[in-house]
Design a protein around this ligand. Structure first.
Ligand SMILES: [Zn+2]
Length: 433
């Protein structure tokens, strides 16, 4: 069946000038709501000497200080569960999710019914762009516990009209047994999971390509944007891969790749305002093709736990501001977490860059081991599934990424969830043998 190109044509193809006007209107309301109802924001604005009524446009936002996860965490520790940055009456809050941060206490994120419907609507635009359609039967294979990747993303996928199968994690064997009954056409998961499930299928004597999966919709790992990784996963399943992006602190899913498969469209002009900044100085970077910076989000139309100028720590590169598909949201690629970036003698390296290089060589599992800080070359890179060619990899890393490494074949942990790529031994982490 032929489906419409967009889930929400009006919003997705809105001319940029309209989008800006809509965004500015919602921003003014959001800032006033935060100032009026959340002591946390009143303190921050007062300390910065900013009157809420003076924040009327995205440009005015520069007057506001950034919000960090540590500040939000401290607010929640002092006043659990939602902290004093929450704007909604607790009675109106109908769901709590947690952030899946790998460090520190998770944040508790509240949702009113309106927040949930915004989350589902925005997420639906993104997963539709990535391929979800009403005639799909989608296996949702992320953890349903706590995180937005579970129920909130399930809601977004279901909003498209697709048939959802809430499989969760830890069900691979059962899933393969039930495969012919359920007849799924699509899989929603991390990028790592289809690789894992393909191995399980092979062990069960089935060729993944014969299972009839046509679409892989992935989220949560930078590799979804890499040509080599995409080709590898698509080839394994004989399916197309569409990447999506979101963050639980803001909206679980707010960007998705269209059929051009060249960058993630930002698809939430009515629910978030995005700024790009230089991570070290906090200076704003223009959103134009080729520019790179940390994504900073300001909620629009969020009631329970809004953020203003939230430092995401995700570093993105702008791919384009226009697209043949007609969506007007700019396109970007997530380069990595600024927390994961390491520096070897002045060269900044994201594990995702190492990943891209290795995937081109058919390597799915790898880990970077940092023994000392500051990091000194050679950096140890552990790989699994490389038959010879360690020196060629080391030479390619030196040439393309600009640092010296030592490549060693190792056995790395199997995982259904996001793969751990970086081990900071100097900080007490234990590297795989
Ligand atoms: Zn597009």
């Amino acid at each position: 069946m032929e489906w419409a190109r967009y889930f929400d044509e009006r919003t997705e193809t809105m001319p940029p000038a309209w989008a800006r006007r809509l965004t500015d209107e919602l921003l003014a309301e959001q800032v006033e709501r935060c100032y009026g109802q959340a002591p946390f924001y009143r303190r921050k604005l007062d300390a910065a000497g900013v009157r809420p009524e003076r924040v009327r446009t995205a440009d005015d936002l520069r007057r506001l200080p950034f919000t960090t996860k540590d500040e939000l965490r401290a607010s929640q520790e002092a006043a659990p569960p939602l902290g004093d940055f929450a704007c909604a009456d607790p009675v109106d809050v109908v769901r709590l999710h947690l952030t899946s941060g790998t460090t520190g206490t998770p944040l508790v994120l509240g949702y009113t019914p309106e927040d949930l419907s915004t989350s589902a609507r925005v997420g639906a635009r993104a997963v539709w762009a990535a391929g979800a359609r009403p005639d799909d039967t989608i296996l949702h294979c992320m953890s349903y516990s706590f995180y937005t990747g579970g129920v909130a993303d399930h809601d977004a996928l279901e909003e498209t009209g697709a048939t959802m199968v809430p499989a969760g994690l830890g069900q691979s064997a059962r899933l393969l047994e039930l495969w012919d009954v359920l007849r799924p056409t699509a899989l929603f998961s991390t990028l790592t999971y289809p690789l894992y499930l393909a191995e399980q299928a092979h062990e069960a004597g089935r060729d993944p390509r014969s299972l009839g999966l046509r679409k892989l919709i992935v989220s949560g790992e930078p590799g979804g944007q890499m040509a080599a990784t995409r080709a590898r996963v698509e080839e394994l399943w004989g399916a197309t891969l569409g990447d999506t992006y979101g963050l639980s602190d803001v909206w679980g899913t707010l960007a998705g790749e269209c059929e051009e498969r060249d960058g993630l469209h930002f698809l939430a002009p009515d629910a978030a305002l995005v700024e790009l900044i230089e991570p070290e100085t906090g200076d704003r970077v223009a959103v134009e093709p080729g520019s790179r910076g940390e994504l900073v989000f300001t909620h629009l139309a969020r009631h329970a736990t809004p953020v203003l100028r939230f430092r995401s720590r995700d570093v993105a590169e702008i791919v384009a501001v226009e697209c043949p598909c007609g969506r007007s949201g700019f396109r970007f690629r997530v380069v990595g977490r600024s927390d994961d970036m390491f520096r070897v003698r002045g060269v900044n390296v994201f594990p995702s860059a190492v990943e891209e290089l290795l995937r081109e060589r058919g390597v799915d599992r790898f880990a970077v081991v940092l023994e000392r800080f500051p990091v000194e070359p050679p950096v140890e890179i552990l790989v699994e599934g490389l038959a010879g060619g360690e020196e060629e990899v080391a030479a390619a890393v030196k040439e393309r990424l600009g640092f010296t490494c030592r490549v060693r074949v190792a056995s790395l942990p199997r995982t259904e969830t996001k793969a751990k790529r970086l081990y900071r031994v100097y900080a007490g982490e234990e590297a795989p043998a």
